[in-house]
Design a binder for this molecule. Structure first.
Ligand SMILES: [Zn+2]
Length: 239
């Protein structure tokens, strides 16, 4: 075989590996190339953070806030910038109720293979909306679909932002997501001290997740768990 032929053969063999590696890297919950990424916190205390992605929606924010208020739970909402701008009253209510608000991008794209400028816009415009909703503390970032490769982590690190992923994600399993009791069971089976739990409660099709929420809260509390915002959870980390 000619040298050129061998080179092409090697490249052909290596390419799937490279693509596989990038895919693994883009999906990793606990690792990124630059900056700080947190999927859970090392602690012996029975503490957990409930996090809600997407929205806020006009239809379901009030309902979710009522459940949290009734159960005296503080949570963290990773909002989509354009939805928070369109439903600013709901965003303000979330902040006014004392919950934490994080950045989940402006338009919820996969932030891989994007220009630095578009990544910056997705992040900065959303932070601006979060500030206009009245949130004054540190704003964490959660990538849409958990996807990140090089430029996003680089930008987040350069601007001193922490990436927050999650450890428990019941709705990623369709057979679990369709049943409130199964969602709660999944969470209860997997939560450990310091876990970050991901739920989606803002849209019409997530009724089972909203129904699971009070069950999750009651059952974790029976086990002695306290509910913290992400920033409170980070402060509990063992040195
Ligand atoms: Zn999302």
């Amino acid at each position: 075989m000619s040298l050129r032929g061998k080179t092409i053969l090697l490249a052909g063999l290596a390419l799937p590996l490279v693509i596989y590696g990038l895919l693994q890297l883009s999906n990793a919950r606990t690792f990124q190339i630059f900056g700080r990424i947190i999927s859970s916190v090392p602690t012996d205390d029975r503490v957990v953070a409930l996090t809600f992605d997407d929205g806020p929606s006009a239809a379901h924010t009030q309902e979710v806030l009522s459940i949290l208020r009734e159960h005296e739970v503080k949570a963290t909402f990773f909002v989509i910038g354009q939805e928070a701008a369109g439903n600013l009253q709901e965003a303000k209510r979330i902040v006014a109720d004392g919950h934490e608000m994080g950045n989940h991008s402006f338009s919820h794209p996969r932030l891989i293979f994007k220009t630095p400028g578009s990544i910056r816009d997705e992040i900065e415009r959303t932070d601006a909306v979060i500030r206009s909703a009245g949130f004054k503390d540190e704003i964490f970032f959660r990538p849409p679909y958990g996807k990140k490769l090089f430029i996003l982590p680089w930008y987040l690190a350069r601007t001193g932002r922490t990436t927050i992923t999650w450890e428990v994600e019941p709705e990623s399993h369709p057979e679990v997501a369709s049943d409130a009791q199964k969602i709660a069971d999944h969470v209860l089976d997997r939560v450990k001290p310091g876990s970050i739990v991901l739920l989606h409660v803002m849209y019409k099709n997530r009724e089972e997740s909203r129904k699971a929420l009070p069950i999750i809260i009651d059952r974790l509390r029976e086990q002695g768990y306290k509910f913290l915002s992400v920033s409170e959870l980070l402060r509990r980390a063992k040195a």
